[in-house]
Design a protein around this ligand. Structure first.
Ligand code: BG6
Length: 795
């Protein structure tokens, strides 16, 4: 222990003589002793960044009255691992501001303060905890805090956190900070589980989840830049002026050596869900009044998350570099037949549903084995000037702001503002303007067309974040709410893409324009035809030869069958044809739609491809509804709203949600919601006969909210009834068989392999609506058409 005090005193003496005491660091309760433990202290990350970061912390803080001790923890016994630790420590380099002599002194002391500690069992943690406390009492020094940096695979987090909680908590009044590296789960539920597990051992304020992008100098300057330049930015930071936002991380490296991790994660989980999403929120969130108010920053970020439009697989294109699969077979010991679907490239379009950004595309893209290493976020503004002549004059050029994270042609971090936009204000003395530069071009424009701001001293992201942890600055870290909001947003897309085959690309410059993608409404597709694809038979999916629609009979009614996408294309086209006919003949189209997941793809198809659909003359009714407020996620109306209604131009008056909530209560008989809906149908729909009713069918044979065992006869002549579902929420409102059978056309959509057994069973049973409500669908004078995809039909 003497070495701690010794080293500190020696340094204090020299430093105080040189420049006096530094001020007490903001956020840290008091000066005193800090123990730093890197669990995984001999691993790659520690070697590459962490020890370097802690060395900088030491060099910067030791003169401010703190003393330190450093422990590299690992599974190996001390004698085996100590040489590895010192190998890593020897590589650290001094901050530029230190003189050579001082650097040598500081480094020597740093090495003396570090030791290896085996951290394998609970007893090892107990011994460490005891040692840390004994050190303090022996020397009579006050403890400031203990910092544990977990640079180990995430599966070990919960156990380690528990051991820290049980045996390594600091003495009273001192802080505990536990730093965690991603991955924090691989989807919403795993992230939630991990958070709950960690929450049993650590308080939220003790956890520091690292996203190293938040430590990049340019990224951490996004909010201050927006604030400093708000005079210029406020009027143009919106959909009217911004053409699009691009957030890009291009890498030239492959995933070799990391496959066991990478193959479970892929590019979206590895960098898009975290790094690029964080940048997106910083660019789009409302500016907090106080940039360092953690709560306000979080609140504003969460507002963006809650306004993000739901992503489905059409919002993304994915790719995989050609050698990846071979690397997977080798590193995971797989056979030659094994095919991984993990994407190493993704291009995704995101929209934020708030008036400021409505319909403004935000592109997030990243990939391994691309032609260059480069990261940036670009705000491309619309240029409303039409140049008749001299297209090269400055006001004719693109207007953009580029937050350049580093690498690429420029090789240094910078914020670039097109000269035809405005001259940015310098944020502080830590940034400077560069006016002399080499002749390079940045994103298609010569650098001389930009104002260029860059940090005076470049600092490594990890060193920045380590200093923020020390200062207790939680604004640079990912809170639990932030994490779960992000996973909540990305998980549906990840699940939607799980079986999608990525486009193969050769890697590097040979990719040519293979990965270029285009934005079409809300869809993203590759701009050029694929050259090579993973063979379909390995995917267990559909073959190209099967893209045909088949007509036939099912339960003695018409049937249309095709592979899922084709089936939806056909159903949407049939709906549009019915709508056009109805509008031609009577000026109105009355459409009743049901809930469930099957029609989602149809809603999206209608929203994105059927621009000539006569929406203005269409009335949308509900086939059934759950007795929940319409704003709840499981309300059928909410689904319909999110996936269709909000994307089409339909008069408000033509939308007819079921009145399940009246007098501030849900589906109470005396409130007569069902009667009210029936009255509306009678008044507005000609002869109460819908032009088209779209139904689904459940595993138990239910349709609409008419369930097996419900006394359907009891509905008598009613068109709408309150019903009971065996599944939650139990109470429902539903059109009755009578209302449905009066329709001019009824379509029943059945999709997915999981419905195969049901389809087979239904093909054999006789009409028995009390047992199989769907068999009660027999339009009196209209047509019944079954739309069944091949997965459901053939299994
Ligand atoms: C890491 C990812 O989080 O970020 C890596 O796991 C990726 O796959 C890296 O290469 C990119 O970070 P940077 O700082 O090099 O842009």
């Amino acid at each position: 222990m003497w070495k701690v005090v010794w080293a500190t005193l020696l340094l204090l003496a020299t430093v105080c003589a040189q420049r006096g005491y530094a001020k007490e660091t903001k956020g840290a309760p008091k000066v005193g002793h800090v123990s730093v433990v890197i669990v995984g202290g001999t691993g790659d990350l520690a070697k590459k960044y962490l020890w370097q970061g802690f060395f900088h912390l030491y060099a910067n803080q030791v003169s401010s009255g703190y003393s330190f001790s450093f422990y590299g923890g690992g599974l190996l016994p001390k004698d085996k691992a100590t040489p590895f630790l010192f190998e890593a420590l020897k590589g650290v380099v001094c901050p530029r501001e230190l003189s050579v002599e001082r650097c040598a002194l500081v480094k020597e002391q740093f090495l003396k303060l570090a030791e290896y500690w085996q951290l394998k069992t609970s007893e090892d943690y107990q011994a460490l905890g005891k040692h840390l406390t004994e050190q303090l009492t022996q020397e009579g020094i006050v403890e400031a805090g203990r910092l544990f940096y977990l640079s180990v695979p995430a599966f070990a987090y919960a156990d380690i956190a528990e051991r820290i909680n049980n045996s390594c908590r600091p003495t009273d009044g001192a802080w505990l900070r536990v730093v965690l590296e991603k991955p924090f789960g691989h989807d919403f539920s795993s992230a939630q589980l991990l958070s709950t597990q960690l929450g049993t051992s650590l308080k939220d304020e003790e956890m520091y989840r690292i996203d190293h992008y938040l430590g990049k100098q340019v990224v951490s300057k996004i909010l201050p830049f927006r604030r400093e330049n708000s005079k210029h930015l406020d009027p143009i930071w919106n959909k009217h002026h911004i053409e699009r936002v691009e957030i890009v991380l291009k890498e030239t490296l492959d995933a070799r050596g990391r496959i066991p991790f990478y193959d479970q994660y892929g590019v979206i989980r590895d960098v898009i869900q975290n790094h690029l999403t964080e940048v997106m929120t910083l660019l789009t969130m409302g500016l907090p009044a106080n940039l360092s108010d953690v709560k306000e920053v979080l609140r504003n970020k969460l507002k963006i998350f809650s306004a993000l439009q739901h992503l489905d697989r059409n919002c993304a294109t994915i790719g995989q570099y050609q050698n990846y699969n071979l690397e997977v077979q080798e590193e995971l010991n797989k056979t030659k037949e094994y095919y991984s679907l993990t994407p190493t490239f993704a291009g995704i379009m995101v929209h934020i549903d708030i008036a400021q950004y409505e319909k403004m595309p935000i592109i997030l893209t990243s990939g391994k084995m691309l032609d260059e290493r480069l990261g940036y976020a670009r705000i491309l503004f619309k240029n409303d000037i039409f140049c008749v002549q001299s297209h090269n004059s400055v006001h004719c050029k693109p207007k953009q702001i580029v937050f350049y994270f580093g690498h690429g042609t420029l090789q240094y971090p910078a914020i670039l503002v097109s000269k035809n936009l405005f001259k940015p204000d310098l944020m502080d003395t830590e940034w400077k303007e560069i006016t002399e530069h080499k002749d390079v071009s940045v994103l298609g424009m010569p650098i001389s067309d930009y104002y260029v701001l860059t940090p005076t001293v470049q600092r490594e992201a990890y060193a920045e974040l380590i200093s923020h942890i020390f200062q207790g600055r939680k604004d640079s870290f990912i809170s639990t709410e932030n994490l779960l909001a992000s996973w909540g947003f990305w998980t549906p897309l990840l699940h939607g893409l799980a079986k999608t085959s990525p486009r193969l690309y050769p890697g590097g410059a040979d990719n040519g324009n293979m990965l270029d993608f285009k934005l079409l409404g809300r869809e993203v597709t590759f701009a050029n035809e694929a050259v090579v694809m993973i063979p379909q038979d390995h995917m267990g999916g559909s073959g190209a030869e099967s893209f045909q629609v088949m007509q036939g009979k099912y339960r003695s009614a018409e049937m249309v069958s095709a592979w899922p996408e084709e089936l939806i294309v056909r159903l949407a086209a049939d709906l549009q044809a019915s709508a056009e006919k109805a509008v031609r003949e009577g000026g109105r189209f009355h459409l009743a739609l049901s809930g469930g997941s099957s029609p989602l793809a149809l809603f999206q198809r209608l929203a994105r491809h059927h621009y000539s659909f006569p929406w203005r003359d269409t009335h949308v009714w509900m086939v059934d509804e759950r007795c929940v407020p319409l704003t709840e996620l499981d309300s059928n109306f909410r689904t319909l709203h999110d996936h269709l209604l909000q994307h089409v131009k339909m008069p408000y008056f033509n939308i007819h949600p079921m009145p399940v909530q009246m007098n501030q209560r849900l589906c109470v008989e005396e409130d007569s919601g069902a009667l009210l809906y029936e009255r509306d149908i009678n008044q507005l729909v000609n002869a109460s006969s819908f032009h088209f009713v779209l139904l689904g069918v459940g595993y138990d044979g239910h349709t609409a909210s008419l369930f097996p065992g419900s006394k359907l006869d009891a509905h008598g002549d009613s068109l709408v009834a309150l019903t009971e579902s065996p599944a939650k929420p139990h109470q429902r409102m539903s059109l009755t068989l009578r209302a449905i059978n009066q329709a001019q056309k009824v379509g029943v959509l059945v999709m997915g392999k999981s419905k195969h057994e049901l389809v087979t069973q239904l093909s054999r049973v006789k009409d028995n609506p009390n047992k199989w409500p769907i068999t009660g669908i027999r339009p009196t004078s209209g047509r019944l058409v079954w739309y069944i995809d091949y997965d459901a039909l053939l299994g």
